[in-house]
Write a protein that binds this ligand. Structure first.
Ligand SMILES: [Zn+2]
Length: 393
């Protein structure tokens, strides 16, 4: 499948530009028109880290007219093993500023726009709307799902990449022409199942292997050449030195881009959705987790429990498990709600998806509620397993 160019050509190339980009201009598929399209293009790179480093450097060298960089982090010594856009003298400096300085050195003709902030649900649409294409160099699931959702809602294509140890993956997600990230991965992995690069490590050069695929795909989309990686997942194994392409189909039941999509806006809380739980919470839930079905059995059997909903009042308004008392997580973590809890009953905590209740469980156990448990999957599991007529939100 070939797609039309994403960007209209700029009016002209200057003499300087013709000299600088001559090796592009003599490729028949790129030519002067293709280079003019790159000049007119606005590309946002989410993250100036492992993937963002090579991506930004090659996009700049290629003559993409405007490059946006969003990153709120600062350069750390441990970044230099792979984040080659930064150097020793940049340690402690903002990554976005450091990356911008390197880009100016590579190609001063590029207009760099710095977003020295964390991408969140309040700014993601406004920032994405300013660009033709997004290059995703994020390293966590919460941001990844948010990038996908914002891109789909705004109709923007984005080039995704991911790296871990010796393994890399890349694809182009563009709901108008193919699947989105949720079609491929409808659910984030359970908390603690997939270690981050910070925990598990990454071969530095893998960033270049995958980042360069991302740039390659970005250029193809901008200029309208070749077969974009839409609907295909590239899987790279650096130890085998193998590249495999796997077909990815659009999921007709995708909650975001499917025929009957239920997700019509950004989610309230991506951290919650992706289960970013603490080590304490991970330890607390071991042997202290029940399923929604078990909770129902306990209730039906008349077991003497005290069921606590640790979500926020607005969520409690939307949907609730019968018999639950609302005590928001914050009140448990601060200790202020501990007096409200009975000492003579087993406390059962639940939230929406089981993340916040795990955190609250850790606090309760630390406060001496040894037999407290939490409900795996929270309200969403209750709806799925017990009462599908309730609204999943
Ligand atoms: Zn989808």
């Amino acid at each position: 499948m070939s797609l039309p160019p994403l960007v209209e050509p700029a009016a002209e190339l200057t003499v300087d530009e013709i000299r600088r980009y001559s090796r592009h201009l003599i490729i028949p598929d790129v030519g002067v028109t293709g280079q003019k399209r790159l000049k007119n293009a606005r590309v946002l790179c989410v993250g100036a880290g492992g993937l963002g480093s090579p991506a930004l450097m090659y996009l700049a060298a290629a003559g993409v007219g405007t490059l946006g960089i969003i990153d709120f982090d600062t350069v750390d010594e441990s970044n230099l093993q792979r984040q080659i856009i930064h150097g020793v003298s940049d340690i402690g400096r903002s990554k976005a500023e450091s990356a911008a300085a390197s880009i100016r050195e590579i190609n001063p003709l590029v207009n760099v726009e710095i977003h020295n902030t964390a991408l969140d649900r309040d700014n993601v649409r406004e920032i994405f709307a300013q660009y033709d294409l997004i290059v995703d160099g994020t390293d966590n699931f919460a941001t990844r799902y948010m990038v996908n959702d914002a891109a789909v809602l705004l109709g923007k294509p984005y080039v995704w990449g991911s790296i871990y140890r010796f393994d890399g993956q890349a694809s182009v997600f563009w709901a108008e022409h193919g699947p989105c990230y949720r079609c491929l991965y409808p659910e984030p992995p359970p908390p603690g199942m997939v270690p981050s690069c910070a925990e598990g490590g990454v071969l530095g050069v893998l960033c270049a292997s995958i980042g360069s695929i991302q740039v390659n795909e970005a250029i193809k989309l901008l200029a309208g050449v070749g077969e974009p990686l839409v609907g295909r997942l590239m899987v790279y194994d650096a130890l085998e030195m193998s590249y495999r392409k796997i077909k990815v189909r659009k999921d007709p039941n995708c909650v975001l881009c499917g025929e009957n999509a239920t997700l019509t806006d950004l989610m309230e809380d991506y951290e919650d959705f992706c289960g970013a739980v603490s080590v304490e919470a991970q330890e607390a839930v071991v042997d202290s987790t029940i399923t929604a079905a078990e909770l129902k059995e306990w209730q039906d059997a008349g077991k003497d429990i005290f069921l606590v909903d640790v979500r926020e009042p607005a969520e409690y308004e939307i949907v609730r498990i019968p018999g639950a008392t609302l005590i928001p997580k914050g009140e448990i973590l601060s200790g202020e709600a501990l007096a409200k809890l009975p000492q003579d009953k087993q406390v059962v905590l639940h939230c929406k998806s089981g993340v916040r209740s795990a955190e609250a469980l850790a606090a309760l156990k630390a406060a001496g509620f040894r037999d407290a448990v939490h409900v795996q999957g929270g309200v969403l599991s209750w709806i799925k397993q017990i009462d599908p007529s309730l609204p999943a939100y």
